[in-house]
Design a protein around this ligand. Structure first.
Ligand code: THU
Length: 134
């Protein structure tokens, strides 16, 4: 697709790979996320569920947390892949949209799979228009 940049496929592959490490015995739904920061460094995260269900964390938040902990400040690209068995269309939950909005560069690109399993690109304004900023 025309919007695909050279490294997009590689970043989606990182999200697919980390998805396989998800700890999701309760939902059986595994999610992987891979973030590129302003320096081109990549951070990954997967969902980590818990016996006490609300304690579980999302892949996107874990990946963004890793970026912040390493000193990155801006999301330039985030790839998200999720699904029960095989990866399917998976968009970030509301809380993760807010987390992405907090750190998204103006030109941040959000890579997802569409309903056909093909790569798709969205912006944070597509996913969370008029997001809250303090
Ligand atoms: N999940 C994520 O990791 N990211 C999202 O944006 C949506 C949901 C996880 C949470 C839970 O472990 C599983 O997917 C099913 O909701």
């Amino acid at each position: 697709m025309i919007w695909l940049m050279a490294d997009d496929a590689r970043l989606l592959e990182r999200a697919r790979a980390v998805r396989l490490r998800a700890y999701a015995p309760f939902s059986g739904y595994r999610v992987g996320a891979a973030v590129v920061d302003e320096n081109g460094d990549v951070y990954t995260g997967c969902n980590v569920e818990n016996s006490s269900y609300p304690v579980g964390t999302c892949a996107e938040s874990n990946a963004v947390g890793a970026m912040i902990a390493a000193g990155g400040t801006q999301i330039k690209i985030i790839a998200i892949v999720g699904g029960h068995e095989e990866p399917e269309a998976c968009t970030p939950c509301g809380a993760c949209r807010q987390t992405i909005a907090e750190f998204a560069a103006d030109d941040a690109r959000i890579l997802l799979l569409d309903a056909s399993g093909e790569p798709d690109m969205q912006t944070i304004d597509d996913l969370l228009p008029g997001s809250f900023k303090l």
